[in-house]
Each structure stands twice: as structure tokens, then as C-alpha cells.
Design a protein around this ligand. Structure first.
Ligand code: PMV
Length: 333
């Protein structure tokens, strides 16, 4: 495959119903557990990658401002991997635009690295079959492996004893999911999180006495989740989703020192969701590495759930449905 020099890709975030939390290999970004998510149709990231023959370093612009520090380091490390695979040396100019607050536990890195993986693979002339792209995106941010695909997606942790563990860990769509689901995002805070998910996972794996049990539980949750998705059973999907997220937060809250992403506002939203359920509306909460809550419900109930969340909080509330996988928008030779 020849290099295209310039490419633009769009990708959406995904929210895990069965979470990824903890790496067994930090360098290759290999998780301890399989995870399962829904790609959203909101908050896209658009990323342009252009090769620059004369540049001595990568130049990365995020939301109009030059990236520095950790953001620049992660992008450059990722581009180094792409260059190594492509056998090329040119530096890149990257322009990325998010429509989601970055670093607030709204999965901005998932859409971000899925878009960067696709645009960079195209610009540098790497093969772009979806499975390979998913492995590549994984190296940028684990959850990005899942944003390569649309709808419901499973990311296989891969067999740790496989001859090539990197090859064994990739995401793919859950083909027979029959669930008309929405995720209502309750955006309580838009600022970056106090502890990065990378550091929080590390601490949880190293020190939380609850981590092992969560891993065991998560495997059982996934097996049940497949059946429930196939059956289109929202109540079962919802119950597994909520308990898996609460379990993940419990593991990190038991770490030493504790990692606490939930705030009083988070707990209040969890209460509103519980009350909705008591009133007979199918609604279940999930949270990631931040205080924000996403409420899983049937598409038919999404408006009602969103209205209730707006009444009960002063949060920004956004209704998301199933969204598409990463795609190229325009590429010039
Ligand atoms: O992809 P990362 O390193 O930002 O980790 C994301 C982890 C969670 O969002 C908390 C869970 C998940 O599976 O997306």
C-alpha cells in the first residue's frame, strides 16, 4: 500500500457496558479482561494527518491550540509506532478537533485515537483492515480499539499465552445484538479528571484488594451480556451494565491511595436513575474515569429520561444513540 500523504478521519467515542479497567501489559496496552461497548452518534473527533518532508518534529494542534506535554508525547509516541510499521521517517502535522470535553471521562481518547489511527494509517500507507486498525488504535488508548467499529463492540483481551499477544487483542462488532438502546449523557463536569485513567488503573491493579474479584465477575457479566444483547433484553443489559460500572468504581475506591471519580453530584444522579426505575422506567447508570453519568435506556424512553435529568440537575444532558465506526472523510494524494 502506498502512502497518501494527507488523510482526514472521523471517529466517535464509545461507552463501555462491560468496562476495561487494568492492563496486564502497559507497553502493548493489553487488558486483563474483555470489554463491551456501544459506539455513540454524538461527540465526533475529526483528525487530519499530513506528512511533512521538511519537519524535524511532529506538530500537533488540538482544538486550535498547539499540543504540549503529555498530549503531544502520546501523539508522537503513537506516530512513531505508525512510522516504524510503515518503514517511513517523515514527521506529521496533525490537526484534531473534538466536540467532546477532553479528559473528563467522556471517552474523548477513544474517538481521538481511533480517528488518529485511521488518518495516520492512511497517510503513511499502512494496511487498513478494521482488525489491524483496532490493534493499532489500542496502542494509543485501550478503549480506542472499540471506536474503530460502530454499534455494539467487544474488545478481546486475547490469550496471554498466545504466541503473539498483540495480534490476539482487538475489537470486533457484536453481530447479533438486537437492542434499541440510547445512552443519555449527564455532563456534570467538563474539566479534566484529577487522576489519569492510566495512573488510576495502575494503582487499582497494584493495590486494590477487590480487583481480582472484579475481574472474575466481569468475565461472568460478559457471558450474560452476550445472551441479553442477542435477546434484546434491556432489563438484563441494564442491570449488568450498572453493576459492572459500580464494581469498577468500588475496585478503584479500595485502591491505596483511593481513586475517587464519583462526586456528590454523581451520587445524586445515581439516585435519580434509581427513582426512575422505581417508577417503572427502564434506566440504568454507568460511569467512567470521571464524575459524569451515562444513563442506558431504550431509545423510546430516551426523551423522558433526558427530561428528568434536566429537571433534577443543572447538568448538560445529551442523548446519544448507536453511532458509526471510524471512517475517512477525505484523502488527497
Ligand atoms: O482508554 P482509556 O485508557 O482512556 O481507558 C478507559 C477506561 C474506561 O473508560 C473507564 C472504561 C472503558 O472500558 O472505556
Amino acid at each position: 500500500m502506498t502512502a497518501r500523504e494527507t488523510a482526514v478521519a472521523v471517529a466517535h467515542p464509545n461507552i463501555a457496558l462491560i468496562k476495561y479497567w487494568g492492563k496486564r501489559d502497559e507497553n502493548l496496552v493489553l487488558p486483563f479482561t474483555d470489554s463491551l461497548s456501544m459506539t455513540l452518534d454524538v461527540f465526533p473527533t475529526t483528525t487530519a494527518v499530513r506528512l511533512d518532508l521538511d519537519a524535524a518534529a511532529d506538530h500537533v494542534v488540538m482544538d486550535g491550540a498547539p499540543a504540549r506535554g503529555e498530549v503531544l508525547r502520546r501523539a508522537t509516541t503513537f506516530l512513531d509506532l505508525v512510522r516504524e510499521r510503515a518503514g517511513r521517517r517523515e514527521r506529521a502535522v496533525v490537526d484534531t478537533r473534538n466536540t467532546v470535553p477532553v479528559g473528563a471521562g467522556l471517552a474523548s481518547s477513544a474517538g481521538g485515537f481511533a480517528a488518529l489511527a485511521l488518518a495516520a494509517a492512511h497517510a503513511y500507507g499502512l494496511p487498513r483492515d478494521a482488525e489491524q486498525l483496532s490493534r493499532l488504535a489500542r496502542r494509543g488508548s485501550g478503549s480506542a480499539a472499540r471506536s474503530v467499529f460502530g454499534g455494539f463492540v467487544v474488545w478481546h483481551a486475547g490469550d496471554p499465552d498466545a504466541p503473539d499477544p498483540d495480534r490476539a487483542s482487538y475489537a470486533e462488532p457484536v453481530m447479533d445484538a438486537r437492542l434499541d438502546a440510547a445512552l443519555v449523557a449527564v455532563v456534570l463536569e467538563e474539566g479534566p479528571k484529577p487522576v489519569s485513567s492510566r495512573e488510576a488503573m495502575r494503582r487499582t491493579v497494584a493495590t486494590s484488594p477487590l480487583y481480582r474479584d472484579w475481574v472474575t465477575d466481569s468475565r461472568a457479566d460478559l457471558a450474560r451480556m452476550y445472551t441479553a444483547l442477542h435477546d434484546g433484553d434491556m432489563a438484563v443489559v441494564g442491570a449488568i451494565t450498572e453493576r459492572n460500572a459500580l464494581g469498577m468504581h468500588a475496585t478503584m475506591e479500595a485502591a491505596r491511595p483511593a481513586v475517587r471519580y464519583r462526586t456528590a453530584a454523581t451520587n445524586a444522579v445515581l439516585g435519580h436513575v434509581r427513582r426512575l426505575r422505581e417508577e417503572g422506567v427502564g434506566a440504568w447508570a454507568t460511569m467512567d474515569a470521571g464524575p459524569n453519568v451515562k444513563v442506558l435506556c431504550a431509545c423510546a424512553d430516551a426523551q423522558r429520561v433526558a427530561d428528568r435529568m434536566r429537571e433534577a440537575t443543572d447538568a448538560r444532558v445529551v442523548v446519544a444513540r448507536r453511532g458509526p465506526g471510524a471512517r475517512l472523510r477525505q484523502a488527497t494524494a
